[in-house]
Design a protein around this ligand. Sequence first.
Ligand SMILES: Nc1ncnc2c1ncn2[C@@H]1O[C@H](COP(=O)(O)OP(=O)(O)OP(=O)(O)O)[C@@H](O)[C@H]1O
Ligand SMILES: [Mg+2]
Length: 421
Amino acid sequence: MRSGYIAGMFDDDYDDNPFEPGAGLPPPYLAGREEEQAVLRRGLGRLLHGRAPSHDYALIGPRGNGKSALLAWFKEHILHDPGVAGRVDVVSLSADELGTKRDLYAALLPHSEWEDMHIESRVGGGVSAGALGFGAKGQVDETAVKGHLPLTDYWLREKLINRCKDDKPLVALLDEAHMLEKNVGRVLLNASQKARSAAPFMLVVAGTPGLKAHFNGLDAMFWNRLDEGEMGFGLLTESAAMDALVEPLKKQDITVDTNALSACLAETECYPYFLQALGRQLWRQHTRTDTPTLTLAGIERALPEFRRVKENYYAGRVQELVEQTLIPAAAATAQLFADRAEATGPEIDAVLRSVLPAVEVPVARHALRQFGYVWQPPDRGVHPPWVPGIPSLMTCVLTAPEAKAAAAPPPEIRAPAGPFP
Ligand SMILES: Nc1ncnc2c1ncn2[C@@H]1O[C@H](COP(=O)(O)OP(=O)(O)OP(=O)(O)O)[C@@H](O)[C@H]1O
Ligand SMILES: [Mg+2]
């Protein structure tokens, strides 16, 4: 028999809704990323044969498109797929945990490498000694000794190679990689390149559309030669978006009729985060009415709550643009995309020049890309077009009071009234 607390929790409060709107949460059904999954599985296949892939992997796309979800899927696959489980190690990291090179070393190497390691750290000119991990992030010089061996980037590479050769192949997953500190990023990418030439090591990073520019600035070797390892994460196709909604509902014996599905696609724009948010409302709607088929009428009942979630999300994103003083640039870009789906770089620059001094244009374009407001999907050829991250965010920006204020002509300056000529 359940205890009172547990019984109460299960009966009244437990939420068995399968949809997972939010950051980094794997969805109940990972839709439309089969190609990316196959690319990662191929890399893993090489590791299982004792060889490294010939490049790193980068998942690049605007926020909310499923980069973290794919990393989570890959980790699960490595840990639990019957052909892989127990044969490959995996570490998952986020760039905000790697403030210094020492954080990186500790993340990539087993604890046994560190337990008798003593660090000689220079803090504010003085020298202190302690075990690894002591000392505030970013405040210390990264000089360490094990016996009399200095802790160097070379040391990391050798240890990484030994780990992958002598123990098990290693996959390192790094999320939010566009935030990686420059000196840490340089060491990581160079260590990956060296390790791959000698041992089964695989690096998968995920970041927003400014990631490549960020990494290009690190002087890391070979970063531009990613081949199939560079994967763009845009909106889902319509058929994948339908699967994202229909498959989890199907498991609960709920079907959705065709008209209702079309309405769902129009509302969500095939944006993965919105699909989860709408799915959650549809589920709630179903549990209230308990009908086996969701019709257009059922969807319409779920829409007000979903639209509220969407509006809150947009309000947050517009606020970020306001804080970064990007509203004039974002509004001008939105005008450009009002009647088209794509634009060239020079076209974007031309509209930005209409609202900004010429010297500020490259910075604004970079910032809008970093934000995921517009971006260039890497799988769209040598000169990929610029496309919106989420088209309807642009409509929202145009109606924001800040955009209207930016577009309004400056107040007329009247000559003071009085006896002056
Ligand atoms: N392929 C997919 N099918 C269905 N839902 C998905 C898919 N990918 C992601 N989602 C859902 O979309 C939402 C956003 O996904 P996720 O957090 O992975 O995006 P992200 O690209 O990592 O965003 P950010 O840049 O903000 O970290 C989550 O609720 C996730 O469950
Ligand atoms: Mg993420």
